[in-house]
Design a protein around this ligand. Structure first.
Ligand code: PHE
Length: 345
């Protein structure tokens, strides 16, 4: 028995590579089995003389440990490869259900109203939510001391300037931008979010949504306004719907009116939604004040127009009999899921 015999096996072991579990088992038998090479060296070792024993005893033991460790190592490496190639999940399990969201009631109403006015030939215009005093008040004929310009009513972003920045309190500001930039005749609806400094309650919120409409051309009259509103109301609330107009006041329209539609819940008999009157207020409107046309560079001698504006939350409240404005902003899923049926994919 020679030192080289041990070294030779050690070298073989170091170079050993196995692809399968069977290869590993064969290697184990080859070195450590009953007739294995290392087992054979141990047999031989018994009969060598003392000097050789002293010289080769330790390396021989180390060789055996090394072989055991190597076989273990190969086994583990193979197990890991098998793990990685195995599917991570049970692909035969049923998939996770995809939960479809639902559209927000305010979006549903906005799309419905915009859709109706598109049919009438209106374009959609949008404008910034952070506006300046000029577009929200000045160009719309608000007098300098109008209460809407008060800190109590409007959120100011920068106060004290000649033309302070503020959160728009109505989408009429988009109407001004349309008059400043669009060629005549103008026919637009302007949907958007508006802000007012109100305490939040069931009937008021500091954020809500409006749609404003504007039509400017030669010879536009109050009769055109009435007809547009009537057609809209019948598309929106049903062909039997009646409208009535009550005189009102807005700084930017003259004359101005508030529009009620016949209650489509009790059909005029009186219920708790229309508070027994048979009518529901839905919008404000009027003929654009000549001062407003002038402020945006339109000749009021040649052109006239009408404007109207409505609150989307209010229309949605009437449509679905929602009794608390706060539901629209809390996004409680139990509330939002009530509107599932209206999903269009
Ligand atoms: N801007 C008005 C409001 O916020 C609504 C309105 C628009 C009235 C256009 C008349 C004409 O209440």
């Amino acid at each position: 028995m020679k030192k080289e015999d041990i070294e030779k096996i050690l070298e073989d072991l170091n170079a050993l590579k196995c692809k399968t579990a069977k290869d590993v088992e064969e290697a184990r038998v080859r070195y450590l089995g009953k007739r294995g090479e290392i087992t054979a060296l141990f047999e031989e070792f018994r009969s060598v003389d003392g000097a050789v024993k002293r010289e080769l005893g330790r390396p021989l033991n180390e060789l055996k440990q090394k072989a055991i460790a190597k076989i273990e190592e190969l086994k583990e490496a193979l197990a890991q490869i098998e793990d990685e190639s195995a599917p991570k999940a049970d692909l035969s399990l049923p998939g996770d259900p995809m939960s479809l969201g639902s559209r927000h009631p305010v979006s549903i109403v906005r799309q419905e109203i915009v859709g109706i006015f598109r049919k009438f030939g209106y374009d959609v215009a949008e404008g910034p939510e952070i506006e300046d005093d000029h577009h929200v008040f000045e160009a719309l004929n608000f007098p300098a001391n109008h209460p809407a310009r008060d800190m109590q009513d409007t959120f100011f972003v920068s106060a004290g300037h000649l033309n302070p920045l503020l959160l728009r309190t109505h989408t009429s500001s988009v109407q001004v931008r349309a008059m400043e930039t669009m060629p005549l005749p103008i026919r637009v609806v302007c949907p958007g979010r508006v802000f007012r400094n109100e305490a939040i309650s069931a009937r008021a919120h500091c954020i809500f949504h409006q749609i404003e409409g504007l039509y400017i051309d030669e010879n536009v009259t109050f009769a055109d306004l009435k007809q547009a509103i009537l057609l809209f109301a019948r598309e929106m609330f049903g062909p039997e719907t009646q409208i009535r107009m009550r005189p009102s006041y807005f700084p930017f329209t003259e004359p101005s009116a508030e529009v009620d539609v016949s209650c489509n819940i009790c059909h005029g008999k009186g219920c708790n939604i229309c508070k027994g009157t048979g009518w529901l207020e839905i919008l404000g409107c009027g003929m654009v004040d000549p001062n407003v046309l002038k402020a945006s560079g339109i000749d009021p001698e040649k052109y006239s127009g009408f404007a109207f504006g409505m609150g989307l939350e209010r229309i949605a409240m009437l449509k679905w009999q929602v009794n608390d404005l706060r539901h629209y902003f809390e996004n409680d899923l139990r509330f939002l899921r009530e509107f599932n049926t209206s999903i269009e994919v």
